[in-house]
Design a protein around this ligand. Structure first.
Ligand code: GTP
Ligand code: MG
Length: 222
């Protein structure tokens, strides 16, 4: 039987196991994508991380994230293994001053609001402004409305969609960390986008480093 120890750092999406090819490749090197989650206090960022990485909903009393937390997870995108490095931060404003280093090197940013809290939706603009100041211009973006298992919805789906369109955020989902609804799907779609952009960047760098040879000038009259 396979020892699980050597694969300790490997986790797939809930309900999905990694192929042998991926496990082998992962021991060597796979692209690592730093992804940040931002949004007001209590919108459910930490619960999303726990649902994605451990497929469970924290039952114990809520604990405020202090500064940063990070989890890693290897998943497959189009049969290619990639390592997601998911950074969770507190929504507490007193930590705002350390944001610059937090945003550095981020390949993707997930903006989170709580569908049962209009205040958290109105808070999005503050977080979006941080993105425009600190993040790379080609960073992948996704907007998530959380807690759709609850009945007391304050932010309607069309309002979330409109925010994403107005601010050119290509991906918008409503999810529940409690039931797991939509969590896997949104991360799959998001990582595809992150991966695609990284490949495009690599291609562009290759072209810069190894420009195609100049074509010989045409001889003759036309
Ligand atoms: N019903 C329901 N409750 C949720 C869901 N996600 C989070 N919660 C609850 O919302 C509260 C806040 O969740 P956290 O994940 O700690 O929120 P956070 O965004 O990490 O908050 P900070 O770390 O303080 O910025 C907790 O009491 C959770 O149990 C969800 O999908 N459904
Ligand atoms: Mg938290």
């Amino acid at each position: 039987m396979e020892s699980t120890n050597q694969y300790d750092s490997l986790r797939s999406y809930p309900g999905q196991s990694l192929s042998q090819a991926t496990k082998k490749k992962t021991r060597d090197s796979v692209p690592t994508y730093k992804v940040l989650m931002i949004g007001n206090v209590d919108v459910g960022k930490t619960c999303l991380l726990t649902r994605l990485c451990e497929d469970r909903f924290p039952r114990e009393k809520k604990e405020y994230t202090l500064g940063f937390d990070m989890a890693e997870k290897v998943v497959e995108i189009d049969n290619e293994p990639v390592r997601l490095q998911l950074w969770d931060t507190t929504g507490t404003e007193s930590y705002d001053s350390i944001t610059t280093q937090y945003y550095r090197g981020g390949a993707g940013i997930i903006l989170v609001y709580d569908t049962t809290s209009m205040a958290s939706f109105q808070g999005l603009i503050r977080w979006y402004n941080y993105i425009t100041i600190h993040a790379a211009p080609d960073v992948s973006l996704m907007l998530l409305g959380t807690k759709i298992d609850l009945d007391n919805k304050e932010v309607q789906t069309h309002e979330g969609k409109q925010f994403s369109e107005t601010h050119e955020i290509p991906l918008f989902f409503e999810v529940s960390a409690k039931t797991g609804q939509g969590v896997r799907q949104c991360f799959e779609a998001f990582l595809k986008d992150v991966h695609k952009k990284a490949n495009q960047r690599k291609e562009n760098e290759n072209i810069k480093l190894h420009p195609p040879p100049n074509r010989p000038a045409k001889s003759g009259c036309c």
